[in-house]
Design a protein around this ligand. Structure first.
Ligand code: PEP
Ligand code: MN
Length: 365
């Protein structure tokens, strides 16, 4: 983490007005029938839910799946709000959705991952929302591109939308992983560093894609000081019309919320402060040593670069690189470091060495 995480007090005012930490947004992936919406909303009323979500216009990756009930769902949501006092949230993906949602006085409008990827659609949505005091939440784009996410927020800020927040729902990858959408926590932390005042909400449902992953993801979010959770909830998850595998019942949501550890940003105890200061000093010293060791390693790589140049030898030596990587992967086990981390780290170090050696060869033909 490159910068300290910001305390909730510095967040936009709408979050404080919700008077809940972490803010809990729950409800079905899709509104299916009026009865389904009302039953779930009533059951969520007894949990710690503050905002009731339900998609009525569903962006499906492929045609042929259930695409949502459409505008009629707005009335069901209004009724759910009247009967339960919960705030209501829907996804909007174009100008017509925004107009209808605003007309229906929906409290929270969110922009889905498939919309955030498109500057044209985000601009259309921003124009349609211009100046609204409704809460607008922007999901991260499908692909791991923080600047697209930032661009979407900036378009909304330019349209004078003040009550903004973001939702981290993970990123799709080409490689198979246990998650439906890879968390890439560092991307959300980078994003948070650019917009420290924007409330950051985690969507462990779309991230995990499986109900058994929701608890651990939610706890990680709270450990990273996220401001809220958006969790898909259904009375009959297995028979949900969309995203069945990732929905949980309101009863499970209640248990999950009880089990979650909500962390505070800091502790006042003098003992804590002394101990953490001491540990952080040790970390700072080790970080300096890592940096100076990397510098020394790079000087030797430069030396090798000169030698290769004098002898007209290619920079990349696959055999040597594989040998280094394998040795470090094996050694990582004794240090309690994951193979993935060591692989990424050494790939980056190797890349830097190659760039150094390229510079040497370019400058001394
Ligand atoms: C949703 O929240 O129902 C949804 C479609 O999510 P995402 O945009 O994250 O895929
Ligand atoms: Mn869904």
């Amino acid at each position: 983490m490159s910068k300290p995480i910001i305390h909730q007090d510095t967040k936009l005012g709408w979050l404080k007005a919700m008077q809940q930490h972490p803010l809990m947004i729950a409800g079905p992936c899709s509104a299916e029938t009026e009865e389904q919406v009302l039953t779930i909303a009533h059951q969520l009323k007894d949990t710690t839910t503050t905002v009731f979500r339900a998609g009525i216009w569903k962006p499906r990756t492929r045609p042929g799946s259930f695409e949502g009930v459409g505008a009629v769902g707005l009335k069901w949501l209004q009724r759910a709000r009247e009967e339960t006092g919960l705030k209501i949230a829907v996804e909007v993906a174009n100008k017509a959705h925004v107009e209808q949602a605003l007309l229906a006085d929906i409290d929270v409008l969110w922009i889905g991952a498939r919309s955030t990827v498109s500057p044209f659609i985000v601009q259309e949505i921003a124009d349609a929302m211009n100046g609204t005091d409704k809460i607008v939440l922007v999901k991260n784009p499908v692909n791991p591109d923080v600047s697209l996410w930032m661009g979407a927020v900036e378009r909304l800020q330019k349209a004078n939308i003040k009550n903004l927040g973001v939702i981290h729902r993970g990123f799709s990858t080409y490689l198979k992983s246990k998650y439906r959408n890879n968390p890439e926590w560092q991307l959300a932390i980078d994003f948070q560093n650019h917009f420290p005042h924007l409330p950051l909400i985690l969507d462990p449902s779309h991230m995990g894609g499986r109900r058994d992953l929701i608890f651990d993801l939610s706890q990680t979010g709270l450990d990273l000081n996220y401001d809220g959770l958006m969790i898909e909830t259904h009375t009959d998850p297995d028979n949900a019309w969309s995203d069945a595998a990732q929905q949980i019942t309101p009863a499970t949501l209640k248990q999950l919320f009880k089990k979650l550890q909500v962390r505070s940003i800091d502790a006042d105890a003098a003992d804590f402060k002394i101990k953490i200061k001491n540990l952080r000093k040790q970390i700072d010293t080790i970080d300096s040593q890592i940096l100076s060791n990397l510098g020394s390693r790079m000087k030797i790589a430069d030396e090798i670069g000169r030698l290769k140049n004098e002898n007209n030898v290619a920079i990349l030596q696959m055999e040597r690189w594989n040998e280094v990587l394998e040795r470090m992967k094996t050694a990582s086990k004794n240090q309690n470091l994951s193979e993935e981390f060591i692989t990424e780290l050494f790939k980056a170090i190797h890349q830097e060495s190659i760039e150094h050696q390229h510079t040497i060869i370019k400058n001394k033909p």
